[in-house]
Design a binder for this molecule. Structure first.
Ligand SMILES: Nc1ncnc2c1ncn2[C@@H]1O[C@H](COP(=O)(O)OP(=O)(O)OP(=O)(O)O)[C@@H](O)[C@H]1O
Ligand SMILES: [Mg+2]
Length: 509
């Protein structure tokens, strides 16, 4: 009965967590030499499904077959023995170990009973080269940025020579060049007969890379279609309705300058950055990775110091390098790394939503807990956070729902100047539109929004003005009408008049 090309088959799988039915009957199969995309909204059950294959969770019902035989996958070792390698949505690397140690964790090559470091590092270097990431095998994970961690996870998975490779949103944190590199690796693996399970919220990647698509909605598989299926049809299957307008930006008349940044300079990092964001405005910051966008907004938020310049809110200067002063002035930041900077993973949804408001509430000595809870419930509802209840720990929310909580805590705090650094990373297409609508509401109420995004259509679709950064400087500013893919890219790759390096050189040290 079984197809010789069939690597895995899942039949009617179920999984319940306290208060949540995560999977309620999912069917799925994977063949040799295919990229099978798992598509579904935030919280639909994609990550839970793959965790059944990786041995992280055990199903409550249903069957898993490998090569036609029913199997039980009770541990990571069972999964590995079946030739399955998994790259999780949350990285699984050990921060204090080196890159090479992480790649070969638990399987270090040995010589005369000792770990053969030389060989391990040489092998790691080869794998790193194969995925095209420039990093020393001896670098510690702790020191590396999030995009490189993703590529290291991929190198690690390759080292296992797996027959099945599972990738949970591998492209969420990658630049377009890195995505291309990843795609070419995946295509090579497919030619070698590896079966690949690929999860993504970027619909354009499906036709580019996929062969088949299984759509999951509310824990059930609702359809299996070819990857060439038009995007609007995929959306309809996934969210159960069609989306009329992907970027519903309404432009309220803008008011006076709410955020003013003057000549902001951090030696060697960014230079002479000046701009303003008016009440009611959405200003996008575009640029290549490394252009200094995140560094600038972190300085504006007081998370990092700067050497020269000023940050003002409604004309009043904000003390530099002081997050509390920035928050008191009404500035909020949704950081690009939500796990590291945005959330307390082992606290509840309610506690996380209240993180910003609680600090002001306790100023007066009084905390209105009931009011807090009502407000938290309202924001969670507005954002459509999928959860068992406000008491659920954030760690157990799905990736996209964690991101909604980070945004929610600033909504709750009536933030005047909201800075969003890659706000829709890992967010499904339907929820994106909801976030854009919230941005509309915020600006209609007079807030100023500053948005960094590597998703150029999003920047173009939602910004009233676009600043383009290159090499630590503002290379140019475009109105919504002037901003196009081409005009933004032209500025992003330009060399602004004086680059930071030249400036450093002329500073004479
Ligand atoms: N350990 C857990 N405890 C409680 N609930 C959980 C746990 N793991 C997952 N869930 C719940 O199961 C549901 C499915 O989550 P899952 O992470 O599989 O979604 P997803 O499809 O991967 O979403 P996303 O696109 O946001 O990553 C969610 O409601 C989530 O809160
Ligand atoms: Mg997930």
């Amino acid at each position: 009965m079984s197809n010789p090309d069939e690597l895995l088959r899942i039949e009617g799988i179920r999984k319940t967590f306290p208060g949540v039915v995560a999977l309620d009957g999912v069917d799925f199969d994977l063949r040799r030499g295919e990229v099978h995309v798992l598509l579904g909204e935030n919280g639909a059950g994609k990550s839970t499904l793959i965790k059944m294959l990786s041995g992280a969770y055990r199903p409550d019902g249903g069957r898993i077959l490998a090569g036609g035989e029913e199997v039980r996958i009770n541990s990571a070792q069972d999964s590995e023995r079946l030739g399955i390698a998994t790259i999780y949505q949350e990285f699984n690397l050990v921060p204090d170990l080196t890159v090479a140690e992480n790649i070969f964790l638990g399987r270090q090559p040995r010589r005369l009973g000792m770990i053969d470091r030389k060989r391990m590092e040489a092998d790691a270097a080869r794998l790193l080269e194969r995925v095209g990431v420039q990093v020393s095998p001896r670098a510690r994970i702790r020191e590396l940025g999030i995009a490189r961690l993703q590529m290291i996870e991929i190198a690690k998975a390759l080292s296992l020579d797996a027959r099945v490779l599972i990738m949970d949103e591998p492209t969420a944190v990658l630049t377009s060049e890195e995505v291309e590199k990843l795609f070419s690796i995946v295509r090579t693996l497919r030619e070698d007969g590896v079966g690949i399970v690929f999860i993504t919220h970027h619909l354009e990647e499906i036709a580019a890379l996929g062969d088949r698509v299984t759509v999951i909605r509310d824990g059930r598989s609702v359809g299996q279609v070819p990857a060439s299926t038009p995007e609007d049809e995929l959306v309809r299957l996934m969210v159960g309705r069609s989306i009329e307008q992907q970027y519903p930006r309404e432009r309220p008349a803008s008011g006076g300058a709410l955020l003013t940044v003057e000549g902001l300079t951090r030696n060697g990092v960014f230079h002479d950055v000046s701009f303003e964001v008016r009440a009611g405005e959405v200003v996008g910051i575009a640029g290549l990775v490394g252009a200094g966008r995140t560094e600038v907004v972190r300085a504006v938020f007081g998370a990092d110091p700067y050497d020269k310049g000023a940050v003002k809110v409604a004309g009043t200067e904000v003390r530099r390098h002081d997050v509390n002063a920035a928050m008191d002035a009404g500035i909020g930041l949704v950081p690009e790394d939500r796990k590291g900077q945005g959330l307390l993973l082992d606290a509840s949804v309610e506690e996380n939503l209240g993180l910003v408001t609680m600090r002001t509430a306790t100023h007066g000595g009084l905390v209105d807990r009931r009011g807090q809870r009502a407000d938290a419930a309202k924001v969670a509802e507005q954002l459509g956070v999928r959860m068992a209840g406000l008491g659920q720990h954030v760690r157990t929310l799905s990736g996209g729902n964690q991101q909604k909580v980070v945004i929610g805590k600033w909504l709750l705090a009536n933030t005047k100047v909201l800075i969003l650094d890659e706000p829709t990373r890992g967010i499904d297409v339907g929820a994106k539109v909801e976030i854009y609508q919230l941005i509309n509401e915020l600006t209609a109420a007079g807030a100023a929004v500053l948005m960094i995004s590597s998703d150029l259509p999003e920047v173009l679709g939602m910004s009233d003005r676009v600043l383009v950064m290159a090499q630590g400087r503002i290379a140019g500013e475009l109105t919504a009408d002037e901003a196009t893919q081409d005009s933004v890219m032209a500025l992003a790759v330009s060399t602004p008049t004086t680059s930071v390096n030249e400036r450093e050189a002329t500073r004479g040290h």
